[in-house]
Structures are given as C-alpha cells and as structure tokens.
Design a binder for this molecule. Sequence first.
Ligand SMILES: [Zn+2]
Length: 630
Amino acid sequence: MNLLVTTVTDSIKNVEQLLSLVNISSDVFSTIPDEYYEFRERHNLSSVDECWIITFNNQDFQELKKYCKVNRYKIKIFRCCSISGLDSENSLRESKALLYNVILKAKECADKLYLSSEEGTIYGDMQESARIFGCDCFLHIKNNTNIPLMIQKDVPSSLFISTDNEICSENFIFESRLDTRESEENFEIYNSTPNYHLLEELETRNKQAIHLYGNFYGMIKNPRKEREIFRKLYYLPQHILDKLKAYKLGECREKDLWIIQHLPKAELHSHIGGLLLPEELIEVALKAKQYEPNTSNEESVKFCDNIQTILKYQNTPKELEYEIYKDVKDNFKGIGINRYQNLGDYQGSKILLLKETLEATLDIYANHLLRENIKYVEIRCSPYNYTKLDMTIDDVVMCIINTLDKYSNCFDYRLIYIISRQAKDERIESAISDYCRLYDNNSRFKEKFVGVDVAGDEEYRRPSELRNLFMPLLQRCARVTIHAGETDKVESIWEAVYHLNADRIGHGLKLLDNKELYERFVDKKIGIEMCPSSNDQIIGYEKGEYPLLNYMREGLRVTLNTDDCGISLTNLSNEYIKAAEMCPGLTLWDCVVLIRNSLCIAFCDEMTREKLMHRYEDEMLNLFNNIFGE
Ligand SMILES: [Zn+2]
C-alpha cells in the first residue's frame, strides 16, 4: 500500500492539489499541467492508495468528503480533539505527539510513504518526522505556484524503524487511543486524545544523540584512555561527565558511600573461607548446634569444639569480635600474612564442613551482595577442604551451586577453584585430579567453576614450582588467576604469567618493580585484583604509596575487591572509599572505570559479559542523571 500523509489546519485545497499530482486527476485543474507529468516521472512517483490527514477539532470535512466520494480516494482523518488550533505551547505539543504517532504507524503500513505539510509550525514537525522515521519523498506545495517542490535527496530511510524494534506503534498504544467516530465507505475520522509516550521517547533519544555526537567528537579530537568507559555514559551531557571526572572521593564520606553503594558493582576476589563477620559466625554456628560429634573421628571432635567455642558468645557477639581481633585492635595495619590468616581461624574449613553451615554462609553472603548492589561475583573456594566430615567433594560442589542458584534473578555468579600453596605435592595433585574429574563429568561444575587460583602464603612455593602439577588444568584451558606479588617480589608475578599462564593476578602490588612486565600487562590486558583493606592490613601503606592510581593511569585492567570481607571487616563499597583514602585524588569516573574493568576481565562467557555491560551502563546512566542532572 502506498500512503500520503499530510496536515490540514486551514483549507483542504492543498490536499486536493497533492492528490491531483500524485494520482493524476483533473478535479482541481481543468487540465493537468504538463509539469505534473514531468514531475511525477522525474521523481518516479507512484499513485497512493490512501491519504491520511492530521488536523484539529474545528475542521469541516464536508467538502473533502464529497471530493473523495467522487474520486473514490480512501481518506483517514486523525483529529486532535482537545485543540482547535496551534495557538499555545500545549496545542503544539499535542499536535506533534499525534503527528509522530501517525507517521510511525504510516511508516509501518506503507510500501511507499510520501509526506507533506502546509507551511507554519507543523511543517517543521513534519520535516522532523521525515528525518526520524524516513519517507520516500517529502512534497512541499508552494503557495504562489501550482508546482510542488520535492525534497527527496536527503530524506533518510529511517533513523528508528529498521534499526530498533523497540520503536513500533504497538509499544506506544496507538490504536487503543484512537476512536473512530465517523466512518463512511472511503472516509474515516479518528479522534485522538493526547498520548505523549512516543514523543517523550524520541525527545530523550534525540537529546542523547546530541550528547553522544558532542562527546564522541570531543573524544576523537582528543584521544585519551577514556574510551575504556561504559559507552552509554556518553549519552550524558558534557557537564555531567565533567562532574564525574571532577568528583574526588574523600570530601564527604556519607555522600561518597551512598553513590558507591548505588552503583552496580562486581566482585572478582572473594574467599568463601573469609566471608563471615563475628556476628555472622555465630549465626552459622547455630546451624550446627544439633550436630553430634563422632568421637572416633578426630575432625568431628575438632569441629564440635570450634562450634562450641563460637557459641559461648551467642549472646555477646562483640566479645567474640574482641576475642578475634584483640591482638590487632590498636593497629590493624601491616600485620603480615600469617597473623591476618589467623584471624580467620574460626571459619573456612573449620566451619564449612556441614551442608547446613555451608548453605547458611552462602545465604548470608548472597544477602550481602544484594545490599551492596553487586550484580556479578566470582567466589573462590577449596571444595576438597570441606570433606572432613560427611560431605564428598561432589556434595560440596553441588551444595554451593544449588545455594547460589536460588539468587539467579539477583546476581550472576561464577566460582574459582583454589589450589593451596601450603599443601604438599600429593595433596595438590589430588585436588587437581578432583577438579579434572568434576570438569570432565559434571556439567554444572564445568559451567560454574570457570577458573583456578593459587592462594596461600607466597613463601611456600613460587608459581614455577607448580608448572608440572598445573598441566592438566592448562590442558583443559582453565582460566587462571594467581595470588602473586602480595608479600613476595615481582618475580612471583612474572612466574605466574610465564609459568602458569595467569589471565589475572591477585594483588600484584609489586608490579611497578619490573617495567617491562608492567608494559606486557597493559598489552596482554592481564587483570589485577586489588583488595585495599586486606592489602593495607597485611602490608601497611602510607598515604599515596598504594600503586592503584599508577596502574590506572597506564590503562592497566585493575579492579577493586574485598578478599576476605569478614576477616577484613569490610564490604565492597567500603573498598572504594578505602582506596580513595589510600590514593587521594581517586574520582567517581575512576570508580566507573574500575567497575568496568571488573566486567572486562571477569571469567564469565562473552554473552554474560555483554548482558552485564548493558545492565550496568543503563543503571549508571540513570543514577548519574538523577544525581547530577538538573
Ligand atoms: Zn585472596
């Protein structure tokens, strides 16, 4: 079907003239002017099957009706009921809203769409419609002659219809708002009540397009590392982007924290064995209250002793906290890896030995992720360490997966399998062979355990010493992250990359000590998982010494994480605040880059990454518009 859409605010003469031209009839003229034939041919115009007219309340159509009857043209009138002319801001807006709705609908129905309009304000709106929705030609009737002008060369095919399914008339409740009042054989009048959905959507997109153009132009003129940001944020006006870059964390802790908490975040470095705060430890221990020790099993007795010790503080969690932290309470900074690990003595493999305690721990953590607006998490664990009582490693794995699956509507998660440095060769070998057996036979394991980690005190083993043992993992193309350069020298990081094919490094605090390696990190896009609280508590940093900002300025894919949020008494939002304290000058823009880095180096599949990227950038766009927009 070919369609002509035009407006009538004054006289229907234009419509008659347009139809005589397009469909070649002699109603208006006693003879058709020769120019009309030439014009039609030159522009390859086809006859139209219907003519749609947009108009207002006071229009009388008797004359047009008669004209149509004689010529058997099919006419549809779309009438703004509540206005009688374009004499106020509201009436202009209403007519524009109707115009957009009608043109969108016409674009969907028509094989060929011709647009035209009378002169005046509405002419501009019609031209804008042609720009947005596209048309096959735009006809303009000049008042002083009979010859219409044609704008065809620069009429775009369509900015919206073909490229974006969201914009379709069904989504904008077109039909339901239009009520046919009069209908004769070839003539229908639809009375429209105001419906601004489409207009508002187009206005938003138009604004975003303008910002995007300005920002993109600025970016290609002045290439910097800023392309590493969520792309949709370039829909924001320049003044908001400037505010994000100028907003330094540290001036108002409460406001900083509020913003960081509301940003969608990702956590890549979090040990299941260090998740619990002292009061949460009690909550988990209560789940094991009924457990009867098996006196012939030493591990079972030890487990019960630990539960009983924790439950002594059942009503006084502060005292448990005091008990755990009493040696570091005056100076929880630079205490070294061993003392730090001892703070986790009540948890990890001491408490996660029952299905009930494992589930409870993960439930507590899941709620923590919800509160913190963490939408993607990688949790690392050593399942073979939780098999000292009745669970097999398969039980442990499935218990973790099933518990976290309950939250699949709230966040995406993946798991990382830890190999411990402290363990003897045989133990490491058996942990790796368990991994391979599960990977080869259990599809849920393969789906969720997407990477391996080497953790524990770096003093025990250099990565190079693990190369041979690691081979079955590398043969299965496991993604690899290695704790390195935390307490040991930069050589440990080098070995992690060159001997164990690390895709990411946990901590990597010494990287600046080897410039060549540092550059390779940038080239190879190797990720760094930094954990400010844990790093400060273990190593101890003076203000400005922490290498986070140096890493960021060179474009290294660095991320912020909690390590052991329970032991370090922290959460992910707090880690951004802590990072700003350790590195004065950290901006909100930097935080966004850090969050995006987490998604870039996450061990998930590309589809999940893409989905998360969209979800994160939409949420950030809204948040920043709300905080910094007018
Ligand atoms: Zn760690």
